[in-house]
Design a protein around this ligand. Structure first.
Ligand code: PLP
Length: 227
């Protein structure tokens, strides 16, 4: 099969699965799809754009920078979804991502804020929650998430906090994965009073479950770009 046809098939399948899941929540529940390009090349991203996809996510600053530059003539929306090293903050700011989804500490937020101030810039961000407290994952613990969110909102004038992001628990047990999404969604519900509008949860293997728990942004890689 031609790669374009394969991509079209994958995109249709993912959109259909999102549709089935969101409709069980409410017909008014809108879910945004961010296509994660880390397993694929720039040609596949351009093809997916051609098929109608606009929002793309990268987990490495270097890759984000290269792809933004190479595809700058396309009206794409870029999301940064990876762990951010402090020495890459300036580089990330210069790519002007539409949403940085992975603030994982007050220290990182403060350093980003300082650098944003110096560049007279602002950034839309999410706070990453380590919802199952896994040592392999970045993010703040669920217990401290609300306090940290509010501290960043108060102290970092150049960061616009828009909500929360989590990666579901790494488990074969759906109940454990569901619990991790519910934990993050509870935090999100509380933070809606402080203006949060984005609850980013769900990847290729678990996005229907995440949507069922209230996610309104899914980050999908392999289900789109895999064979
Ligand atoms: C890789 C990645 C994804 C997409 O993963 P798939 O399972 O391929 O859909 C989503 N979110 C983050 C933070 C990632 O690093």
């Amino acid at each position: 099969m031609l790669f374009r046809d394969q991509l079209q098939k994958n995109l249709d399948a993912v959109i259909w699965r999102i549709e089935q899941a969101r409709i069980t929540v409410s017909e008014h529940h809108i879910v945004k799809l961010v296509a994660v390009g880390k397993y694929t090349d720039i040609d596949a991203i351009a093809l997916l754009y051609d098929l109608g996809q606009r929002a793309f996510g990268e987990n490495q600053v270097q890759q984000l920078e290269e792809r933004c530059k190479l595809l700058q003539e396309l009206p794409l929306e870029w999301h940064f979804i990876g762990t951010l090293q402090k020495n890459k903050i300036n580089k990330l700011i210069d790519t002007k991502p539409s949403l940085m989804q992975s603030i994982d500490s007050v220290a990182l937020a403060l350093e980003m804020d300082e650098k944003l101030a110096r560049k007279n810039s602002r950034m839309n961000c999410l706070l990453q929650v380590n919802s199952a407290k896994e040592t392999s994952k970045s993010g703040v613990t669920p217990e401290e998430a609300i306090d940290i969110y509010q501290e960043i909102a108060e102290r970092c004038r150049h960061i616009n906090l828009r909500g929360v992001m989590t990666i579901g628990a790494h488990s074969e047990d759906r109940a454990i994965v569901q619990k991790s999404f519910e934990t993050t969604h509870h935090i999100y519900e509380f933070l809606q009073k402080s203006g949060a509008t984005i609850c980013s949860m769900g990847m290729s293997g678990d996005f229907e479950l995440a949507i069922g728990c209230g996610s309104n942004l899914v980050r999908v890689g392999s289900a789109l770009f895999g064979e």
